[in-house]
Design a protein around this ligand. Sequence first.
Ligand code: ATP
Ligand code: MG
Ligand code: FE
Length: 343
Amino acid sequence: MRVLGIETSCDETGVAIYDSERGLMSHVLYSQVKMHAEFGGVVPELASRDHIRKLLPLIKEAFAKAGLKLGEVDGVAYTAGPGLVGALMVGAATARSLAFGWGVPALGVHHMEGHLLAPMLEEVPPPYPFVTLLVSGGHTMLVDVQSPGCYSILGETLDDAAGEAFDKTAKMMGLPYPGGPMLSKIACKGEVGRFKFPRPMVDRPGLDFSFSGLKTAVRLVIADHAENEVVPEQDMADIACGFQEAVVDTLAIKCRRALQQTGHKNLVIAGGVSANSRLRERLADIVKKERCQLFYPRAEFCTDNGAMIAYAGWLRMRVGQQSGYELNIKPRWPLNTLDPIQE
Ligand code: ATP
Ligand code: MG
Ligand code: FE
């Protein structure tokens, strides 16, 4: 079976083709980041309009790169949610129409299942069961993955997501949107331990997270070190480093707890923040101590992409799952309500 995957949930237009025999045949991506940077965040209406402009050319490109004629697929998968309503509508309407025209089924895929399954595209995929830390711009959760499609949420953020905390803190530091990756770069030049920020919620049992207080703590320190509203470069690096250590440490403590609680021997990280090298480093330490294995996607598949949607769609479509003709987008869609994927 060969599936075309379409991702348009936020500010990336991603298209890919996944095939049972040949694996990932092609994947192309267009990021709207530059357009939204001017506004300091994603502007939903602009996002939808740009998906409309870019999606069809990208689909043509994905077929060409795979060496296929347009329409040589057995199904079309699209991100049905969670995400921005207008942006999701563009992907869903396009996917649904193409599938109808080509006479093949279509399937709405859960965006976070896409992120969660992205490490399956690597040479050494994680064996089931495993614990996944999903850390992206809109979500932070620990998931017990018993088998394909069976997800129990062990804990999640009560307020900001980890990526959101990175981006909001970066904005306070005057970095351009999205500041997460740049903040992390600056943090490398900082001195570990000069600024010690709180590790929210680690002193109580459970696997939930909260990052909004941390942001406030950073804000106060920035105000304290600003000279004529400018924070000296080294202070900035030290603050960034302190912030990153606090987030990474909090995530690592909860991952360790989740491994102990479930008894699973495999830890997976996925979503934009899983590209963070300090997080990968800290989790490598943890899994060593717990005698477990760590898995993550290649950097380009940590953030939004079409490949993860093509793969998740293929996994479900090859066992006969499909969506109806209605545009069933779900801007809010709990991950633990998905159908299991049975052979
Ligand atoms: P969601 O998947 O929850 O709907 P999203 O699709 O916007 O949200 P992703 O594309 O998975 O999120 O990830 C983007 C986020 O990852 C941004 O918040 C970005 O700052 C963060 N991010 C990317 N690289 C890094 C990094 N190296 N360090 C920290 N954060 C990072
Ligand atoms: Mg994005
Ligand atoms: Fe995402």
